[in-house]
Every structure is written in C-alpha cells, then in structure tokens.
Design a protein around this ligand. Sequence first.
Ligand SMILES: [Zn+2]
Length: 239
Amino acid sequence: MSSVYHNVLKERKPPVVDEIIPARTAGAFTLKKGQFLRVIDVMGKQVSDTTYYNLHNLKEKSCPGATEAALRTPGRVSQGIDFYAGKLTVGNKILSTLFNPMLTLVYETPAPGGTHHLGQGRMCSRWWFEKVAGEKGRNGCLELMAKALKDGDFDVKMEEIPDPITFFMRIEINPETHAWEIREPWTRPGDLVELRAEMDLVAVLTACPWNPGTCNALNSKPIRVQICDEPDPNMILGL
Ligand SMILES: [Zn+2]
C-alpha cells in the first residue's frame, strides 16, 4: 500500500496595487493595517529609500533610531548578538518616533547578510548632489519624497521627512579603516522584501537617483511596489 502526497503551491490573490516607480522618482501609497507591502528590485542592484507615516497622525513617522533601539534589547546582547545591528532582517519591526510598530519584515529574498539598512545618515538630496558630486539642482530622494507626499495630498513638509529605512543598500565596514563603506548592492533582478503593515499608514518609496557612486551600481533603475490584502498562503509567518 502506498500513499501519494501532493505538494501543490496555493495561488496568492493578485495584488490590489501593482505599480512601477520609474527611475529617479518616488511614490506614496496608503496601506491598511494587515496589508502587505512588497518592494521589488526589478533589474537588480537598485536601492529604495523608504519612510512611513501614521495615516491618522502624519507627525508620527518611521524612526531608524527607535527601530535600532528595539534591536539592541538586553536579551539580544546577552545572546552575543551584535550590539549595533544596523540592519533589518525577517521578524524585525520598523518602529515609529513613538516606538509603535509600523511594519514587520516578513519575507526577503536578497543574499544572506542583510541589505536593508537603518540610520546610516540622511538620504541623498540636492545638498548631496552638489557637495559630493558637484551637480547643482539635481533632486535626491529627499526632494522626490517631498514631491510624492505633496502629490498625494499628504501634509508632510520636506523638513518633517525622517531619515530613511533603506532597502537593498549594501554598506559594509572596512576592516582596516573601520569606516562604513557603500558598495555595489548584492541584489539580483526580482529580489524583493515583503512587510506587513501593523497600523494604517502612508508609505513613501523612492527609486534612488544617486548614480555618481556604487550605491546603485552607477545606474538609476526602477522599483516595483505591490500591495496585497492577504499573506502568501504558502508562507508560514508566525511573526
Ligand atoms: Zn537616494
């Protein structure tokens, strides 16, 4: 007597939002609590800076510092986990300026080691383009986010935009100088991260325009955003 087991992948319902953020632009999206945000590196080696806002109180926003603080809890330190994580991985939550959970990272495909960074300084901007690249008047992620918020009628001014949570960015410590260095991203075409919204929120994402350096492998490319109502039925979340 024999048994036959069928391991059939269940199909996920199509996303309710499926948009391309063209290279060197940004987009603003609303998510309800429980929805899933998928950020897809369409062509590979492209960074997306992201910020998040409580839909019902836009002054409460994502905070790399609070997120990092939660990763430094005594339990983690006593387990020998690095005091300064600097990176997000599956199970980690993005916290707000009030330490409320905004999103949980539930799935990621990029190479091990993590490529999603916290608190590595201000996102690229006109200031960066002028000071570092000598190019005047080029919009960075900061200006692109401000425009996306304005176009979406969200009352957040440029100076109120927090430092970003940066997906697909590869920053490593140089063992000789002990300095953080930006390197070419690991990501392959189609690599993605998926986050579950823990509150109703506004998500602002860029297809980072920075191309003087290795951050985007010298070429600005698009980012794809999908929003799903339900989790992937094949995924065991438990988070
Ligand atoms: Zn940027």
